[in-house]
Design a protein around this ligand. Structure first.
Ligand code: AGP
Length: 602
């Protein structure tokens, strides 16, 4: 969720770092920093906000001669976006930049503090630099100190470290977060994505998890747990725009494929062996709360609606959900035992922000589930849980929705822990299903290919009905919203059981019904709802693990005991369907007409 760059060579280092960070700014932009060791001199600059603030701060700085330099653009996970929390993190004679989350940092921090180390920031990253220096202070050689440091870390990381103890050297390590080493002759570059080095370096090696090493005097030594390792480079692509999309045709497509890994980020440090933890929630935050009201717009509203089923079912807390633009003018009756939860990808949606201000004026405690730290809604809320989806570029929200739903599911389980609302077995089953979610979100090539082929039959007709029951009703709403946003075809989401109360009058062969038919939840009920539509000659595309003989088209999903796993798998199917239809219609998938990514007007 952050971007990192590094450079070892004779060129002026500041501009190489800043240009590289500029390319990575889309990964995170609440603060940025650089550190340079050149001719024995260590210097660093940090600034909160966009990269231009850092450029301005470092305006007069120049670095001459051979040296090592590292830089970072941050998307806060631990600690607020302040200058102290910005990377590079500093020890007495070393600097580190890090992308990922060190899960055991509190344990390491305690250990270091007991040895007299003083921490400046609230970040997990700072432990790395102090740990390294503690090993150096014990008399270890710098590389051995780095190796020992890495061995103590649990969690995900891409790390670059420079130190006066080994000038003209960059230490690196990768586990679970992306990192590459790129080369141009004797010059060595590092980056979390190749866009940062395209045009500068000619070839690159993309590190594997568990690899670490150092670069010194134009040479890179690579290691893994078995010892030294040979590696070979590959030519870097020459097209930057393509590289940012990692080879996908559209950002939306890339973001659909990213869901499996970002859900992992969302859960990191929160889904533990036996429990759910939210370190960001103040102690006793839920004291005096007996109801929840969720307020949001668009896709975030659909996530909220999904969450309301989970909160009532798992946490046994009464929960209602409102569209923010409606809530604002309905003169709502509010009571202070209600927790007001807003959900927003951008954190800037005007209606959601105003609804939050209203709830605060009425004395309600507020929590936001948001993707952008330091956004207006985060700043306005009493507490925030960040979804950690990373920047979402496609206007049609995909990975933000997935992570919002995951946070709501985790929150439901977290609240159920309070008064032991669930028995142990049930809690285990939920935790187990959560851990299996990243796998359920992996996009299989065969599935994508099948949806691509099917999509050509769905480019006309007088409308789509996405139908589902229970949590699959909000998913139906979301599937329909995705389709209409990027295909410009008319689509509606409906509770399957409601069709017979009116909309079934529309049924004929030109009405496309996308039926979400999970096996784990109300299968027989939805089956009879779909049969009713089929009897009226509606064209049925069934999405289910169970073959359905009345379906005109069928997309088979995995059999799974847990409805949330079916939910996430079907979510991917509806996203890909919208994507493929939109591509066939020749639309601009990432920037559909009439829409904006962040709706800051009423
Ligand atoms: C979703 O695809 C849309 N772009 C839109 O409905 C969006 O979810 C809505 O505008 C709310 O935005 P927010 O999550 O940034 O508050």
């Amino acid at each position: 969720m952050c971007g990192i760059v590094g450079y070892l060579g004779p060129k002026e280092k500041k501009n190489i770092l800043l240009d590289g960070l500029q390319e990575l700014e889309y990964r995170g932009y609440d603060s940025a920093g650089i550190a340079v060791i050149s001719q024995g001199k260590l210097q660093h600059f940090k600034a909160v906000g966009k990269l231009e603030n850092l450029r301005e701060k470092a305006r007069d700085f120049r670095s001459e001669g051979l040296g090592a330099a590292i830089g970072h653009t941050r998307w806060a996970t631990h600690g607020k976006p302040t200058e102290l929390n910005a990377h590079p993190h500093v020890g007495a004679f070393s600097y580190v930049v890090h992308n990922g989350i060190i899960e055991n940092y509190q344990e390491l921090k305690k250990e270091l503090e007991a040895q007299g180390v003083r921490f400046l920031s609230q970040t997990d990253t700072e432990t790395i630099v102090h740990l390294f220096e503690a090993f150096i202070n014990k008399g270890m050689e710098p590389f051995e100190a780095f190796r020992q440091t890495i061995a103590r870390l649990e969690g995900a990381y891409a790390i670059l470290l420079i130190s006066e103890a080994a000038p003209e050297t960059i230490f690196f390590a990768k586990n679970g977060s992306p990192l590459l080493i790129a080369f141009d002759g004797d010059e060595v570059y590092f980056a979390s994505s190749d866009t940062a080095v395209i045009g500068k370096a000619k070839e690159a090696y993309y590190l594997e998890d568990g690899e670490y090493g150092f670069a010194s005097a134009g040479e890179v030594r690579l290691f893994d747990r078995d010892g030294p390792k040979a590696f070979s480079t590959q030519p870097l692509p020459s097209d930057k725009a393509m590289a940012q999309k990692d080879g996908y045709r559209f950002f939306m497509e890339k973001e659909i494929y990213e869901q499996s890994s970002v859900i992992g980020d969302t859960m990191l440090g929160r889904v533990l062996d036996e429990t759910i933890e939210f370190e960001e929630l103040p102690a006793r935050f839920f004291e005096g709360i007996s109801r929840i009201k969720i307020c949001a717009c668009g896709t975030s509203y659909h996530a909220g609606l999904t969450g309301s089923y989970l909160l009532e079912r798992l946490a046994k807390v009464p929960c209602d959900v409102e569209i923010a633009s409606e809530f604002r003018y309905k003169e709502p009756l509010l009571s202070t035992d209600t927790l007001f939860i807003t959900i927003s990808q951008s954190g800037e949606t005007a209606d959601t922000l105003e609804a939050l201000k209203m709830a605060k004026r009425a004395g309600l405690k507020s929590l936001t589930i948001c993707n952008v730290d330091n956004s207006s809604i985060v700043r306005e809320s009493d507490a925030a849980i960040l979804t950690r989806a990373g920047i979402e570029k496609g206007v049609a929200s995909t990975k933000a929705f997935a992570t919002q739903v995951m946070v709501l599911w985790m929150l439901s389980l977290y609240l159920s822990q309070r008064d032991d609302k669930l028995d142990r077995d049930r809690r285990r089953r939920e935790l187990d299903a959560m851990r299996r979610t990243p796998k359920a979100l992996v996009v299989e090539e065969k599935l994508h290919e099948r949806i691509h082929r099917l999509s050509k039959r769905y480019l006309h007709g007088h409308g789509f009905f996405f139908i589902g029951r229970d949590i699959f009703f909000p998913l139906a709403l979301e599937g329909a919203l995705k389709l209409k946003e990027i295909s410009y075809l008319h689509a509606e989401g409906y509770p399957a059981g409601e069709m017979k109360h009116g909309p079934i009058a529309l049924a004929d062969a030109e009405l496309f019904t996308i039926a979400l038919m999970p096996r784990s939840l109300l299968y027989d009920k939805i089956k009879s709802n779909v049969e009713e539509l089929s009897a009226r000659d509606a064209t049925i595309l069934a999405i289910s693990p169970e073959p359905f003989e009345l379906a005109d088209d069928f997309i088979g999903t995995q059999h799974s005991e847990h409805s949330m796993l079916e939910f996430f798998e079907m979510m991917v199917v509806t996203q890909l369907l919208a994507l493929e239809i939109s591509i066939r219609l020749g639309n601009d998938v990432d920037m559909p007409r009439n829409l904006a990514k962040s709706v800051t007007v009423e």
